[in-house]
Design a protein around this ligand. Structure first.
Ligand SMILES: NC(=O)c1ccc[n+]([C@@H]2O[C@H](COP(=O)([O-])OP(=O)(O)OC[C@H]3O[C@@H](n4cnc5c(N)ncnc54)[C@H](O)[C@@H]3O)[C@@H](O)[C@H]2O)c1
Ligand SMILES: [Zn+2]
Ligand SMILES: [Zn+2]
Length: 320
């Protein structure tokens, strides 16, 4: 691990969540620079700062963001840093084009310029967001991905309850997950079947106003428009493997005025929204700690991925 280059900071990890996106990388679903240190949902303490860093100081508690804004492109300048075109986070590189990691002299890439499944990480200053010290690291780590993105269906349910949505219908294959969904505010739970659209219409009257796909399955994404009412919005949050085209009845979509939209990082502006989500947690309005089903050591991470493949567990969090 190299010392932080100008504009970057060294963080000692407090906790790292185990996210479905790490599993995609492990299973080869997406092409990424390799070899990689995975983990992109981390929080920790700033141990050292590179030249020119002013946003954070040594000792600050920070949430690491897997999309660091360049702060110069049109998206960033219009407040949409979640679709920044100048960031090098997808190349897993610091803004100066370097990687802080090597193994036996060869370059190693921290996944999304985070690499939080490691005791230490060097990240860009713009990707280290200061939060109050009262927020525990395990909770803070989840704010860095699953809570901000709604990347876990349970986070979507938490957000829906927070904004007063009713009814809130959760759909999952696993009865265990559905029981958890009820605790987070789902008013109805359903196991998917051929009659899903009719079941949802029976609960909502004319179909849902919004539907969110949080699995990353082509067939489920294709079914979304049938679940929403005319004029409704269907949101793709789950990420399928690369090269997964979906087929949509374009005529029906247009005639019913439905929208099918993508969501990246929950349209989060990390510097604005991470402290806001942390404050909602501290105020008792966002029960992020309840998402954590397992606190594990770094050595237990493969077991956590296996459990995920079996559709088990809410969130596993590595605690350092
Ligand atoms: N858009 C973004 O910014 C963003 C961010 C983070 C994660 N993600 C993506 O979100 C997806 C989910 O991530 P996760 O960490 O919650 O994974 P997870 O494995 O913990 O959760 C997936 C859930 O889907 C359920 N499921 C599986 N097959 C199903 C089916 N056929 N019908 C109904 N339910 C089914 C499982 O039981 C499980 O509860 C992944 O594809 C991940 O890459 C997207
Ligand atoms: Zn994630
Ligand atoms: Zn940008």
């Amino acid at each position: 691990m190299a010392d932080p280059v100008p504009g970057s900071v060294l963080a000692r990890m407090g906790a790292s969540g185990v996210c479905g996106s790490d599993r995609h990388v492990l299973d080869g679903d997406w092409k990424l620079p390799l070899p990689t240190v995975r983990g992109h949902e981390g929080a920790g303490t700033v141990e050292a700062i590179g030249d020119g860093v002013t946003d954070v100081a040594v000792g600050d508690h920070v949430i690491l963001s897997w999309f660091y804004p360049c702060r110069r492109c049109t998206a960033c300048l219009s407040g949409k840093s979640y679709v920044c075109t100048g960031s090098r986070s997808e190349e897993c590189l610091l803004p100066d084009g370097s990687s802080p990691l090597t193994l036996d002299g060869e370059r190693v890439f921290p996944y999304l310029t985070v690499g939080s499944m490691s005791e230490y990480a060097v990240v860009p200053e713009a990707g280290a967001i200061r939060i109050p010290e009262e927020v525990p690291f395990d909770v803070a780590s989840l704010i860095g991905c699953s809570v901000a993105t709604g990347g876990v269906g349970l986070s979507i349910i938490m957000a829906l309850r927070l904004v007063g949505a009713n009814p809130i219908i959760a759909v999952d294959l696993s009865e265990e997950k559905l029981a958890t969904a009820r605790k987070f505010g789902a008013t109805h739970t359903l196991v998917p079947s051929d009659g899903l659209a009719e079941e949802i219409a029976a609960i909502t009257g004319e179909g849902a106003a919004y539907a969110f796909e949080a699995i990353g399955r082509v067939q489920t994404i294709e079914s979304l428009p049938s679940l929403i009412a005319a004029g409704g919005k269907a949101v793709i949050v789950g990420l399928p493997p690369e090269d997964s085209p979906v087929s949509i009845d374009a005529l029906a979509l247009a005639e019913s005025g439905k929208s099918l939209i993508g969501s990246n990082y929950g349209s989060t502006v990390p510097g604005r929204d991470f402290p806001r989500l942390a404050a909602l947690y501290l105020a008792g309005r966002l029960p992020v700690d309840a998402l954590i089903s397992h606190r594990i050591g770094l050595d237990d991470v493969n077991e956590a991925f296996d459990a995920m493949r079996r559709g088990e567990r809410a969130r596993s969090v590595i605690v350092f």
